[in-house]
Every structure is written in structure tokens, then in C-alpha cells.
Design a protein around this ligand. Structure first.
Ligand SMILES: [Zn+2]
Length: 270
């Protein structure tokens, strides 16, 4: 079952990435001319995809069967709260997805708040552009830290392998969707932002202004930000004009090289 689900996960990932990259090409929300010191796209993509490959290999080495394999084991052992609450199957899955999404929201806030974790997460934020490949740009150590946090939650909450895989598919899909350099049609955007994190909302999270980037932490549903008071509907600049990235890392070229990205957490800059 795990192999099949992993294949579906990969298929959904490639499909959404290809779809979003196609839409970015045809209907870009922000054009390259508006981005200062542009690195070549090839360099940027090599860096962002490179991080994904390295992180995936490291994650495989640490947890060969992935989080779903881990969940199968914890289920066998009957570990975690949800094994002791009898719920209809659909309710168990729905609650599991909500709990995991809430966890990721708080994990994201933690990565912004704690200096040591920010050193890792800033690799994601130093990108001077936000497009669907930014969704792949996480330092391998951040991916591993996140893996540990999720594994702990799976064990304590008693999340099933099915829910874990579903969540991973949704989280990956939403991350690519909300980083895409596109803009939803206005009427749709207006309604969508009551439920999901839209591209315009997530670009505010990538603003160079800290008061703006410390908001809109959600990756899929926007409810946690609205509930915990971290929701921002508009940045000080228009969606077209928001300065993306980190003021400490203004050089788009340096921020694109794979070696620089891997080394970034260990440099002296904040
Ligand atoms: Zn962030």
C-alpha cells in the first residue's frame, strides 16, 4: 500500500508542479522586470530543485519507509490518542488532517521565532522571487527537523498511515499552489481567501518587511492565521510591488547557487 500511495504522491506532485509552472509561464502575476538583480532562472531552479533532491535523499536515509511507514508501525503498536477514541473512519481522517495542519502552522511560527531554526528557514525566505519552485526550497536540515516533529505528532496523536499520506499530498500540493507566481481571478480570490492560503496572501509572508513576513503562516487553510491573529489581508505595497526576500540577502545571484543555499544557515548573518 505504501508503495502505491508513494507513487500517487509523486504523480500528484509532478502534475501540480507542471500545471503551476505552465500557468506561471502563461499568466505571471509578477514579471521578471520588476525583480532587481535577477539571477538566471536556470541557476535558481538548479538551486531550488537541488535542495529538494538532497533533502529527499537524506529523509530516505533517516526514515526509509517515510512518515507513512512510521505511522504503520505506531498503529501496529496502538500508540497515540486517536487509537483510544472510536470515531467513524471519515471523522478520524478529517481530524487527523486538521491536527497535522495545525501542527505545521505552529511549526512554521516556531521556525520564524527561534533564532537557530530561523537560520534554516531563512534559506526559503532569501529567494528574491516567489514561484512554484520556491515551494521546494527548504534546507535539508529544516526538512529533517520537520520530519522529527511530524513523527512525534504521529506517535502521540495516533495518526494513521492513510491520513499521513493524504496530508503529505495536500501539503505539497498547496505549497506549490500558493507559491506559484500567478494571481487568482479577483472574484475567486475574494472568496478563496476565507478558506485557503492564496498566492497573494502567501506573497505577503515573503515580504522583506518583518511585520508582514511574520503573518500568514498557513500553508493550506487560512483559518489558523485568522484564529490566532496572524492574518494579514494586504501588505503596505500592492501585490505587484511587494519587495520579496530578505534585506540581509539582497543579491539574487548569490542566493540562487545551490552551494550558497546549503551553507547559508552557517554564515554569520542573522
Ligand atoms: Zn516562513
Amino acid at each position: 500500500m505504501i508503495d502505491e500511495m508513494a507513487a500517487i504522491r509523486l504523480g500528484v506532485f509532478i502534475t501540480i508542479l507542471a500545471l503551476m509552472m505552465g500557468l506561471e509561464l502563461l499568466f505571471p502575476a509578477r514579471t521578471l522586470a520588476k525583480t532587481p538583480q535577477t539571477a538566471t532562472m536556470a541557476t535558481r531552479w538548479f538551486g531550488n530543485f537541488g535542495l529538494l533532491v538532497i533533502a529527499s535523499v537524506m529523509a530516505r536515509l533517516i526514515l526509509p519507509l517515510g512518515l507513512a511507514g512510521f505511522a504503520l508501525y505506531t498503529t501496529q503498536q496502538q500508540w497515540g490518542v486517536l487509537h483510544y477514541i472510536s470515531l467513524p473512519h471519515w471523522a478520524n481522517i478529517a481530524i487527523s488532517l486538521l491536527l497535522l495542519d495545525l501542527l505545521i502552522y505552529w511549526q512554521h511560527r516556531l521556525f520564524h521565532r527561534i533564532p537557530l531554526l530561523w537560520r534554516l528557514h531563512k534559506v526559503h525566505h532569501a529567494d528574491r522571487l516567489v514561484d512554484s519552485t520556491t515551494a521546494l526550497r527548504f534546507h535539508p536540515f529544516e526538512i529533517i527537523a520537520s520530519l522529527g516533529i511530524k513523527a512525534l505528532a504521529i506517535m502521540l496523536l495516533g495518526i494513521s498511515a492513510e491520513a499521513v499520506i493524504l496530508f503529505e499530498i495536500l501539503l505539497n500540493g498547496f505549497a506549490i499552489f500558493n507559491h506559484a507566481n500567478i494571481r487568482l481571478p479577483k472574484p475567486l480570490e475574494k472568496v478563496a481567501r476565507y478558506v485557503i492560503v492564496t498566492q497573494a496572501l502567501h506573497r505577503i509572508h515573503h515580504s522583506q518587511i518583518m511585520a508582514e513576513s511574520n503573518t500568514n503562516f498557513g500553508f493550506s487553510i487560512i483559518w489558523w492565521d485568522r484564529l490566532f491573529g496572524t492574518y494579514t489581508s494586504d501588505a503596505s505595497k500592492t501585490d505587484n510591488q511587494i519587495d520579496i526576500g530578505l534585506t540581509d540577502y539582497p543579491n539574487a545571484k548569490q542566493n540562487a547557487w545551490l552551494s550558497g543555499l546549503l551553507w547559508m544557515p552557517f554564515t554569520t548573518k542573522k
